[in-house]
Write a protein of this length. Sequence first.
Length: 395
Amino acid sequence: MKSKAENLVPSKMQDRPTIRFYRDIDDIDRLETVWADLAATTDQPLYFQSPIWLRHVAAIKSRGASDDWQIYLATAWRGDRLTAIWPLSLQREGLCTIARCLDDPIGQFAGFLADDDEDPQQAIDSIIHALRSKGLAAGLMIERVVEGSALHRSLAANGAKITYSDQSAVIDFRPHDSFQSYLKTRKSKTRKNLRNARNRLERDHGVEHEIVTGSGDIRSIMDQAFEARLVWMQDQAKTAPAFRDPDFRCLLDGLPESAAGKDLIGFRLRAGDTPIAVQWGFLHAGRYYAFISARNPAFDAYSPGRLHLSMVLEACFERGVDMVELMAPASDYKMNWTDQARQIDDFGLALTASGYLYLDLWRRHGRSMARRLYHGLPDGVRRHVAGMANKNLAS
């Protein structure tokens, strides 16, 4: 299939790279080798910008003929040399077309890759210029951008406004030669409480911790985690962008059999056939990305979520994992295990008048008012609304 690349040289910016947008899934495969070379030059968390993940997302999202979602892989070139990649998509939001990360709202980190000879600011400026000058998008919504990254600095320099901030917990095992060495950095009270909880659980129930990789039967762990998380969200009257996406369940269902399935790993603590706590995620380039976890509330007296996380961390260490990405939010039970948290920000940048109306007036102001109204509703009404928002995912 012929590539649908668009060559765009920004006017009055001839010293800057040539920008090409790729709109075909097969282009991800064509660029995979040089893509891997770019990824090797950064220490940022990169699984959600990897070709193997993005190809799976793009295959699911582009199944229909709708223009509501289009792959728009932004690249920068110096002559015939690819120097930067920014995995984007164009998504229809109301009356506007908005440029977002290719895997939004499902991915966990935004990313931009550039080689050592490319100026990230110039490349990102040029891509934004092309989006604006060619009328490709009314605005950008780039979420979960790591503070201090080139993408974060460049978006801010282009006038993008932070619309939401959070923190993502991360554990660095590299300074430690054993898991016991790492454990000694944690509070003695935390270690004591978990020992007591584990002893009581093992005394009251015959427990087993199961670890399954992508080559094994990981689907049952994924299903149990998903269903338990959906029940918890319903009980707490919560929803989330990924859980409101009608493609989310299909995307997860297809992971084990996809090429991306080789990075899957799941963990399950169980008493006989009864799951106590489950978690699964991705092992990629020396990092474990914890994607979905859940616990059985019938075992809450044993602190199953905290207890299971300690087992997951030990298993990761034993597998030679350098860093564990526990994702946002940086909840207390995660921060018990680390002193590190990354700041991650959502950015909005209007490129047209309609983009300003949507991003600045509605996303920044109207939605915050809607959230306040939602949280002021009675619990039963909020649970009903949350259930309706998540209805596409119920099995």
